[in-house]
Design a protein around this ligand. Structure first.
Ligand code: DX5
Ligand code: ZN
Length: 213
C-alpha cells in the first residue's frame, strides 16, 4: 500500500517543515487538496503556496482538485509538474477531453468519485486513466468519519479494471487509519490518503509505516 499524507491537516504556519517531515518519514506521495469555496464549502491553497510545497517536497505531488472550473485549475497547477491531477467526475461535462488534456501536459490523469457516485460509470473511460480516487468522506474537510461503503465500491472497481485489462491504480481518501487500511488492501486499493491520522500523530514516520501494509 502506498501512502499519500494530506497536507490539509498540517500546521500551515510551518508548512515547508511539515512537508519535509512526511517525506523524511517515508511517504510515497504528497496529497494536496485544492478547494475553491464553490464545489465544496471550504477554501484552501492556490499555486503560489503549492509552489513552496513542491520545493520542500522530495516526493511527487498528488493534486486533488475540488473545484468548479476544472480546466482553469489544471492550467494553473500544470506548471508545477505534479505526478497526478485528479478531478471530480460530478463537476465535469467532458471528462474524456480533460483526461487527454492532462496527459498532453505530461501529468497522470485521475478521476475522483464522491461517495454516491458509481464506479461502473467509469467503464468506457477506465483505460484512459492512471488512477481513480474514491472518496470515503464527503469532500471539503479533514478529520471526518470513514464511509464504509467505499470498500465494496473499491472491490467492484478492481473487478472493472481487471475485466477491461486497465492499469489504473485505486486511491481512497478520507478517514483512513491503521484499522480500516486492511479492508482497503483486501479490496484491491493501491494508495491511501491520510490527513488527520498522520498529522495528528506524534510520530509521522510510524503513522505512515503503519499504513504501508
Ligand atoms: C477531504 C480531502 C482529504 C482530507 C483527508 O476533502 O480530500 O484529502 O484531507 O483527511 P482525513 O484523512 O483527515 O480524512
Ligand atoms: Zn483529498
Amino acid at each position: 500500500m502506498q501512502v499519500a499524507p494530506s497536507i490539509l491537516s498540517a500546521d500551515f504556519g510551518k508548512l515547508a517543515q511539515e512537508v519535509k517531515a512526511i517525506c523524511d518519514g517515508g511517504c510515497d506521495l504528497v496529497h494536496v487538496d485544492v478547494m475553491d469555496g464553490h464545489f465544496v464549502p471550504n477554501l484552501t491553497i492556490g499555486p503560489v503556496v503549492v509552489k513552496s510545497v513542491a520545493k520542500a517536497s522530495t516526493k511527487p505531488l498528488d493534486v486533488h482538485l475540488m473545484v468548479e472550473n476544472n480546466t482553469f485549475f489544471v492550467d494553473l497547477f500544470a506548471p508545477l509538474k505534479p505526478k497526478y491531477i485528479s478531478f471530480h467526475i460530478e463537476e465535469e461535462k467532458h471528462p474524456h477531453r480533460l483526461i487527454q488534456k492532462i496527459r498532453d501536459l505530461g501529468i497522470s490523469p485521475a478521476i475522483v468519485l464522491n461517495p454516491h457516485s458509481r464506479s461502473e460509470d467509469l467503464e468506457y473511460i477506465i483505460n484512459d486513466l492512471d488512477m481513480v480516487l474514491l472518496m470515503s468522506v464527503n469532500p471539503g474537510f479533514g478529520g471526518q468519519k470513514f464511509i464504509p461503503s467505499v470498500v465494496e465500491k473499491a472491490a467492484r472497481l478492481k473487478d472493472l479494471i481487471l475485466r477491461k485489462n486497465a492499469s489504473a491504480l485505486i486511491e481512497v481518501d478520507g478517514g483512513v487509519n491503521d484499522k480500516n487500511v486492511h479492508e482497503l488492501k483486501n479490496a484491491g486499493v493501491d494508495i491511501v490518503v491520510a490527513g488527520s491520522y498522520v498529522y495528528g500523530s506524534d510520530d509521522y514516520s510510524k503513522a505512515i509505516k503503519s499504513l504501508q501494509i
